[in-house]
Design a protein around this ligand. Structure first.
Ligand code: C5P
Length: 219
């Protein structure tokens, strides 16, 4: 049973990895199963919200009552998010967006050459979707995620402030990848709250309740 905490609210979620092509057969991606973002989309829909899910490449099935927009690259993810942002009350950025893309993608497969010289790729930085949305003149309520490999407490609060989001959900990265459960810490203006380990669907419901509570306070 999921209480209807978000009835009438419009929720936009990014989930999964992005895929930045190098040539027609190769690309740069991030480790993300999409499970946490999809679990949040399901929990938000069950809470009565209208949910749009912008998903990078993942084989996961679309949760019931969720409108899905499939994208590949970070730029496509940003475009899909900006197209919906004016009609969004809550933006939850869960996607593991590639920080870089290659400057020049090759239209043809890059061949190995006989001199054994590996290709040199130049990377350019991708837009930070969450940071852009959170710095809009009238941002929706923004929630970020952060996977850190160490010193979660320090990096979590720093990242929350840099990204300008009222709520950041942090975890110690590799432990959560592809798993069915997760252990996270919440960072907000009041401080740091560790949550117990739980499965991702239960965690999603808990996070929706945390978001609904904070949203009620800001309105
Ligand atoms: O800086 P870092 O990648 O650790 O930040 C993670 C948070 O920012 C996540 O919420 C992620 O979805 C979001 N993000 C984004 N666009 C990027 C990089 C991260 O929306 N280019």
């Amino acid at each position: 049973f999921q209480p209807k905490l978000l009835t009438g609210k419009r929720v936009l979620i990014t989930a999964g990895p992005t895929y930045e092509p190098i040539d027609p057969v190769r690309g740069l991606t991030n480790r993300s199963s999409g499970k946490m973002g999809f679990a949040l989309a399901r929990a938000a829909a069950q809470s009565g919200a209208q949910v749009h899910l912008v998903a990078g490449p993942t084989p996961l099935a679309t949760p019931a009552d969720v409108i899905r927009h499939d994208v590949q690259t970070a730029q496509q993810m940003l475009d899909a998010v900006l197209a919906k942002i004016a009609e969004t009350d809550i933006f939850i950025a869960v996607a593991a967006v590639s920080d870089w893309r290659v400057d020049q993608t090759s239209a043809e497969k890059i061949k190995k050459n006989s001199e054994f010289v590996a290709p040199h790729l130049t990377f350019v930085e991708n837009p930070d979707i969450l940071q852009q949305v959170a710095h809009l003149p009238k941002p929706p309520f923004c929630v970020g995620f952060a996977a850190e490999s160490n010193e979660l407490e320090k990096h979590g609060q720093e990242k929350r402030i840099r990204k300008n989001v009222p709520l950041l959900v942090g975890n110690l990265g590799p432990k959560a990848f592809g798993c069915e459960d997760n252990e996270v810490t919440l960072f907000d203006a009041k401080g740091v709250t560790p949550l117990p380990r739980m499965d991702k669907q239960m965690l999603a419901r808990t996070l929706i309740a945390e978001i609904a509570q904070r949203l009620a306070l800001t309105n």
